[in-house]
Design a protein around this ligand. Sequence first.
Ligand code: DAT
Length: 174
Amino acid sequence: MRTSPNIIITGTPGVGKTVHCEQLAQDIGLKHLSINQVAKDRDCYETYDEGRKSWVVDEDKLLDAIEDEVLQGGYLIDWHACDMFPVSWIDLVVVLRCPETSVLYDRLSSRGYHEDKLQENLDAEIFGVLLEEAREAYEEEIVVELNSEKDGDVDSNCNRISDWVENWKKQQTE
Ligand code: DAT
């Protein structure tokens, strides 16, 4: 049994996963596990998708690479998809949202995303693709949708998640 929870922080690219994970790691000491970074560091790629100009992750290899660590608990899993992680590993799924697409557009265009990739991500956000994916993969009670549009949202979301972690820990000792 883990004594600290595992939380997936997911959402469309640019929605604020990294800033939330970094702040939470600092505030409550959970470990930020950037799946992007793990895939790079441990060479968990399958192929290169020319159309999307991005690498496709080998999910089995990636899960093998992180399993021992994640099963210890206390991880913030930062990835723009969530349904590959086994249900038994996960205690909470936070889906960050940015309903104001002009805000997301600016964040992604400042990253230099080309037009197709930018539009694909904006469409995914408009249609709530990642929220749907989270709801299909995990129990409804553990999936939470939070807005990440304005500066103040990061603090208020992190405070909510910190409170949830504290409660989760208390419940384990009861
Ligand atoms: P992701 O990791 O989901 O791709 P990020 O954390 O790198 O996204 O954030 C992308 C940019 O947007 C970054 O410059 C920080 C900014 N940002 C994210 N959420 C924000 C918010 N709620 N308020 C203000 N800026 C935000």
